[in-house]
Design a protein around this ligand. Structure first.
Ligand code: SF4
Length: 258
């Protein structure tokens, strides 16, 4: 018998982060994955992630263990993690993480989006849950800084988003180091807006806060409560699941029907 709703046998970080936008939408994305087509921004992001992954050298698990045990400095891309948290398997893949032995120091997630002015709650939750996965895998997270790097995609000639420059993500990693304050926190409110066009939003990882957020999200998946609906009519108006007639709790009609 499955413990989780919708016959899921595990949860994954990006799904839980989506709940921050609308829990009902996250649930519908599991039941009807075909209803929301990939946006141009998502395609540009996926292409840029592939380039970032291709830059990395492949490391066998045994070699990784050896380097971590030796206390080596490591910079890892697309780092997969799994842990049982509150008895439920949780998966995640971290875009970029930096270690000194077992000390996790920096955790990055790259977003390719036009909206770079602030740290969005779903992005914050996503990184907090990655931090929780690191903690559950016995990494020392006491000095961990989480950073969301937002790189705007560039419009092509037709006005569609066709290209993102992944080099900016690397420059962002280097530049972000000035945000650590040396006392366990972040400087300048954790924000950096670089002249090259990217933004970095950083915050200190708080394990208890992440545990609380995970437990709250889990409440829906294990059937303790129902999914919360969107907190604004604007979200419902532009929702693909609403347009497809799949959401029975929408607080506004769709702008157009699918
Ligand atoms: S219509 Fe509104 S409540 Fe329903 S899934 Fe979409 S955003 Fe959420």
């Amino acid at each position: 018998m499955n413990l989780l709703r919708h016959d899921l046998s595990a949860l994954w970080v990006s799904l839980l982060a989506e709940m921050n936008y609308c829990e009902q939408k996250a649930a519908l994305s599991v039941m009807h994955p075909e209803a929301e087509p990939e946006s141009e921004e998502m395609k540009a992001g996926a292409a840029a992630h592939s380039v970032l992954e291709a830059e990395a050298e492949k490391l066998e698990r045994e070699e990784l263990r050896r380097r971590i045990a030796a206390g080596a400095e490591l910079r890892l891309r697309e780092f997969p993690l799994k842990a049982y948290i509150d008895g439920v398997p949780l998966y995640g893949k971290i875009d970029h993480v930096e270690f000194e032995g077992r000390r996790a120091l920096w955790l990055y997630d790259f977003k390719f989006s036009r909206y770079s002015h602030r740290l969005f709650p779903n992005h914050q939750l996503q990184l907090s849950l990655y931090g929780l996965l690191l903690a559950a895998n016995d990494y020392d997270v006491s000095d961990l800084i989480c950073a969301v790097v937002i790189v705007p995609p560039k419009p092509g000639k037709s006005g569609r988003l066709t290209r993102t420059d992944p080099k900016l993500a690397n420059l962002a990693i280097t530049s972000s180091k000035e945000l650590r304050d040396g006392y366990g926190g972040v400087r300048r409110g954790g924000r950096l807006f670089h002249e090259a066009g990217f933004a970095v939003h950083a915050f200190k990882f708080q394990e208890q806060g992440a545990r609380d957020e995970f437990a709250d999200a889990l409440g829906y998946w294990i059937g303790l409560r129902e999914a919360r609906v969107a907190d604004s009519a604007a979200k419902c108006r532009s929702c693909a699941y609403n347009a497809a007639g799949l959401c029975t709790v929408a607080i506004a009609p769709p702008k157009r029907k699918a």
